[in-house]
Design a protein around this ligand. Structure first.
Ligand code: NAP
Length: 320
C-alpha cells in the first residue's frame, strides 16, 4: 500500500499514533499552539489526510492543501468544516457518531439536575465555609422528576437524554422535529409537538442540535419569551445555537430560572463574559464527551476512518 502523508492537528493516544505511523508518514502539529503553527502550515501542501478536532478547516486551509483526500474529525459535530468547499474538491469528511452519545447525554442530564437542584452553587456554599446553620428556603432547588422536558435535536444524543428523563425520572418528553422519529422503548413516553408547544410547555429545554445555518441563533429573545416562566435551558449542542445576550436578559428578568451550558459562542469562554459568574448559570468547559473511555473510543474510530479512506475503502462514518 502506498504510504501517504498524514497531518495530525490534535493529539491522539500513542497507540493510535502508532497505527497511523505504521501505514503512513505522520506529522503532528496543532495549529492552535503558537510553537506548532509553522509546522502545520508547512505540512499542509503535501498532506493527503488530516485528523483532529476543534480547529476550523475552512476554504483558506483547504486552498493550501492541494493533495488532500480525506479529513477525519475526532468529533460528531462538523460545524468546524467548510462542507461545500470539501464537497466541491471531492474531499471526504468523516466524523465519530455514536461512540460519544451516552457520555454526552450523561453530561447534559448532569447539567439539568445540577441547574435545577443548585448543586454547584450549594457545593460552593459548603466549600466557602458558609454552611454554618441549616439552610432555609432561599437555598432550596426545584424538583426534576416528573417535570416536562422538551428536546430540540431529537437525534442520537437527544434520544439518549429522553431515555434518561422518561425511564429514569418519570419525565414526560416533548420533541420538535422535521420528520416522524421512531424511538424504540420510548413509546408512550415521548410526544412530537410544534415548536410553540414545546417552548410553552417544557420545564426544561435541552438543546442537542447540530450548528447549521438553520439552527444558528435559534434560541433568541422571542423564543426565550415564549418559554414557560421559570423554565431552565440546557445547551449541549453548540454555543452559537443560543443568542447569549438574549439568554442573559431572560435570566436577569427572571423569566428563565437557570441555564446549564456546556458550549459557548466563543470557547474558551472569555474572561469578561457575564456567563462565567452569573449566579444562575452552571457553565462547563465543553466536556460533553470528555471521559477517558469516550475520548479514547473517538480517537480509535477517527483513526479507523482515516486509515480506511486513505486505503481507498469507504468508511461508515462519512459525512454526507
Ligand atoms: P444527530 O444524531 O445527527 O442528531 C441531531 C438531530 O438534530 C437530528 O435528529 C437532526 O434531524 C436534528 N436537527 C438538525 N437540524 C434541526 C432543526 N433545524 N430543527 C430540528 N431538529 C434539527 O447528532 P448527535 O450525535 O445527536 O449530535 C448532535 C450535536 O450535538 C452535534 O452536532 C454536536 O454539535 C453536539 N455535540 C456536543 C457535544 C458536547 O461536547 N457538548 C458532544 C457531542 C455532540 P435530521 O435527522 O432531520 O437532520
Amino acid at each position: 500500500m502506498t504510504r501517504k502523508n498524514v497531518l495530525v492537528f490534535r493529539e491522539l493516544p500513542d497507540d493510535q499514533m502508532a497505527r497511523l505511523r505504521a501505514a503512513h508518514e505522520v506529522t503532528v502539529a496543532n495549529p492552535k499552539r503558537a510553537d506548532q503553527r509553522k509546522a502545520f502550515d508547512a505540512a499542509l501542501p503535501t498532506a493527503h489526510g488530516l485528523i483532529g478536532a476543534s480547529y476550523s478547516i475552512d476554504e483558506t486551509v483547504l486552498a493550501r492543501a492541494p493533495r488532500l483526500e480525506a479529513v477525519s474529525s475526532i468529533s460528531v459535530g462538523v460545524d468546524n468544516y467548510d462542507l461545500p468547499a470539501l464537497r466541491q474538491r471531492g474531499i471526504v469528511l468523516t466524523h465519530t457518531p455514536g461512540v460519544l452519545t451516552e457520555t454526552t447525554a450523561d453530561t447534559l442530564f448532569a447539567l439539568l439536575i445540577a441547574s435545577s437542584r443548585r448543586i454547584v452553587e450549594l457545593a460552593n456554599h459548603v466549600r466557602d465555609g458558609q454552611w454554618t446553620h441549616n439552610i432555609d428556603e432561599s437555598l432550596f432547588g426545584w424538583d426534576v422528576h416528573g417535570k416536562t422536558v422538551g428536546i430540540l435535536g431529537f437525534g442520537r444524543i437527544g434520544q439518549a437524554v429522553a431515555r434518561r428523563a422518561a425511564l429514569g425520572f418519570g419525565m414526560p418528553v416533548l420533541y420538535h422535529h422535521r420528520r416522524e422519529v421512531e424511538c424504540p422503548g420510548l413509546e408512550g413516553h415521548v410526544k412530537a409537538v410544534s415548536m410553540e408547544a414545546l417552548l410553552a410547555e417544557s420545564d426544561f429545554i435541552v438543546l442537542a442540535l447540530p450548528l447549521t445555518e438553520e439552527t444558528r441563533g435559534l434560541m433568541n429573545a422571542s423564543r426565550f419569551a415564549a418559554m414557560k416562566r421559570g423554565a431552565i435551558l440546557i445547551n449541549g449542542s453548540r454555543g452559537a445555537v443560543v443568542d447569549e445576550e438574549a439568554l442573559l436578559a431572560a435570566l436577569d428578568h427572571g423569566h428563565l430560572r437557570a441555564a446549564g451550558l456546556d458550549v459557548f459562542a466563543v470557547e474558551p469562554l472569555p474572561q469578561a463574559s457575564p456567563l462565567r459568574r452569573h449566579p444562575r448559570v452552571t457553565a462547563l468547559p465543553h466536556i460533553g464527551s470528555a471521559t477517558h473511555e469516550t475520548r479514547y473510543a473517538m480517537a480509535v474510530l477517527a483513526t479507523d476512518n482515516l486509515l480506511q479512506e486513505l486505503a481507498g475503502e469507504r468508511s461508515e462514518c462519512r459525512v454526507p
